[in-house]
Design a protein. Structure first.
Length: 133
């Protein structure tokens, strides 16, 4: 082994966990900016795909409510299932089911906020790209 040198110039500040739902969404918007830097890698990432599907469904939903009432329930279902996939993944990693329906709903709500924040971040990336061209 080699020697490890501690250098205080590499210290980082951890801002802690989000205290409010709004802070959590803002953090996810910020994290989504990493998608822009590594788009080729992220396109195949399951969480990116789920976020993109959620975003696409949510963006198209208002138009389909007006122009294609048959498609609206499908898009609403797809948008609702997107965070559910993350919730299933969450409990799969924990190797246990939710301890109660409330725990499952709270986990789903957190994942809904997650994909909403990441989706807003993707919209901001798209807006920047569109404005620059």
């Amino acid at each position: 082994g080699g020697k490890t040198r501690v250098d205080r110039s590499f210290n980082v500040t951890h801002w802690g966990n989000a205290k409010t739902q709004k802070d959590f969404i803002k953090r996810q918007i910020w994290h989504a900016q990493s998608y822009e830097k590594n788009l080729k890698q992220n396109i195949l990432d399951p969480v990116f795909i789920i976020t993109f599907i959620f975003l696409t469904s949510a963006v198209l939903l208002p138009a389909t409510a007006v122009y294609s009432k048959n498609l609206s329930p499908v898009l609403l279902s797809v948008a609702a299932m997107s965070p559910a996939l993350l919730t299933i993944k969450r409990f799969g990693r924990a190797k246990r089911p939710p301890r109660s329906p409330v725990e499952g709903l709270l986990a789903y709500y957190l994942d809904f906020l997650y994909v909403m924040g990441r989706g807003i971040g993707l919209l901001r990336i798209a807006k920047r790209k569109f404005q620059n061209h």
